[in-house]
Structures are given as structure tokens and as C-alpha cells.
Design a protein around this ligand. Structure first.
Ligand SMILES: Cc1cc2nc3c(=O)[nH]c(=O)nc-3n(C[C@H](O)[C@H](O)[C@H](O)COP(=O)(O)O)c2cc1C
Length: 213
């Protein structure tokens, strides 16, 4: 697909089902799609970034992937242990894989307080991480995988991070719910689907041509 076609085809698809109706991804479907998700992440990592974040891993973002079995575990955790009554467990229950994209804010040196330079650097870490996430959504779209970038709600909590083994200094930027094309088939289709609320409200009014007299 041409890049513009992929950009326009990317859309939020919130796919949900009852927790009790979760169906795990069959192994042959999972192994085929795992390769594509991993390749998509590697390609997404070609996003620009301004500052090296750590010596060992320069990028200011991280991506924590939950394959089908782990998605089942986290679905149970959210519904049984955290007893959430909102959409989050239902979104997890319906997805094939879940990518938790995080970024790592820079903290002030010991004894120092936050300052403008640090805030500006963190804004750029976050901007770079967002570019990586958009790249990922485009790659998933090109592979005809359904996707939804959600803020992630309780998946970003300290309790969830501890459960998932995500370092406490990372911040959740997005929970990306992925649906493999094969899992959209009628035999798996026990799911509700909702579009993004703002999908059809966008315009071009934000494009401003600068005229200098
Ligand atoms: C950073 C970010 C966080 C988002 N979080 C949520 C969310 O928590 N809940 C939600 O309904 N949509 C969320 N969305 C998706 C938007 O609702 C969606 O992008 C918007 O309605 C436009 O639809 P489209 O993605 O199909 O173009 C988020 C989008 C972004 C970029």
C-alpha cells in the first residue's frame, strides 16, 4: 500500500467482548502474526528521537508486548483482582496482542528541582515516543491488523506495572490493542466494535500558511 493510503486507512477500532468470552489466538495464527508484529515494531523504531535516554538503550521509548496467553492473564488480573467494571477488561478480552508503549521521563538530578530545560527535553522524549507509536499503527494497518491506541487507564498504574514487570520509572503512553486479521473471521466474531469518537470530526483548519507582509 502507498504511504498515504495506509495513513488514511488507519483507524481506531475499539473491539470488545465479555471477559468470559475471551478466545485465545490459535498457535498457528499466533506464530504467523508474531513475526509481523515484531517486524512492525522494529520498523516503528526508525522514528526520530532528539536525545539519547540511556547509555544501554538510547531510545526514549519502550514497547512491552503481551501475546495471547499474557493478554488472558492481564484480562483476569484487571477483572478479578482489580475488579474493574469499565471497558478495559473487555478490550483486553477481545484483543489478539497488546503493546504497552512507554516513555521514560528524565528526573532532575538529586537535590535539583524541575526546570524548563528538563521539561523541554521530556516534551521531546514524549514527542519521539509518539512518533514511534504512530509508525507502529501504520505498520499494523498495512498488515490489515485492527488497532486502537488507548491511554490505557489502569494498565498504567503502579499495580499493573508491578504485575507486568514494567520498570516503575516508565510512563504509559499508550496501550495498543491489536486484532489479527484471522481473528476478525466470523467464527471468532463475538465482539462489539466501535470507531474513535473524533474520527469523522477532523478537518484541515489546523493547516496555516504563514504570510509575512
Ligand atoms: C494519545 C492517545 C490516547 C487515546 N486514548 C483514547 C482513550 O483512552 N479512549 C478512547 O476512546 N480513544 C482514545 N484515543 C483514540 C481517539 O479517540 C481517536 O484517535 C479519535 O477518535 C480519532 O479517530 P481515529 O483514530 O479513527 O482517526 C486516543 C488517541 C491518542 C492519540
Amino acid at each position: 500500500m502507498m504511504l498515504e493510503t495506509v495513513m488514511r486507512a488507519r483507524r481506531t477500532e475499539k473491539v470488545m467482548c465479555d471477559v468470559s468470552e475471551r478466545r485465545e489466538v490459535p498457535p498457528e495464527i499466533e506464530s504467523r502474526n508474531k513475526v509481523l508484529v515484531l517486524e512492525s515494531l522494529e520498523a516503528a523504531g526508525w522514528a526520530p528521537f532528539h536525545y539519547p535516554r540511556r547509555k544501554e538503550i538510547l531510545e526514549p521509548w519502550r514497547a512491552h508486548i503481551l501475546w495471547s496467553k499474557e493478554v488472558t492473564r492481564v484480562t483476569d488480573f484487571l477483572s478479578t483482582e482489580l475488579k474493574l467494571q469499565n471497558k478495559l477488561p473487555r478490550l483486553c478480552a477481545a484483543c489478539s496482542a497488546l503493546v504497552l508503549a512507554t516513555w521514560i521521563p528524565q528526573e532532575p538530578n538529586e537535590g535539583a528541582s524541575r526546570n524548563n530545560a528538563l521539561d523541554a527535553m521530556n516534551a521531546e522524549h514524549l514527542a519521539a515516543a509518539s512518533a514511534m507509536v504512530q509508525n507502529l499503527l501504520l505498520m499494523l494497518t498495512a498488515h490489515e491488523m485492527g488497532n486502537y491506541w488507548s491511554s490505557g487507564g489502569d494498565l498504567g498504574s503502579a499495580t499493573a506495572f508491578e504485575f507486568l514487570g514494567i520498570p516503575a520509572d516508565e510512563r504509559l503512553l499508550g496501550a495498543i490493542f491489536v486484532e489479527y486479521p484471522e481473528m476478525k473471521a466470523a467464527k471468532f466474531d463475538n465482539k462489539d466494535r466501535q470507531p474513535g469518537k473524533l474520527r469523522e470530526k477532523r478537518g484541515t483548519g489546523w493547516i496555516k500558511e504563514v504570510v509575512i507582509d
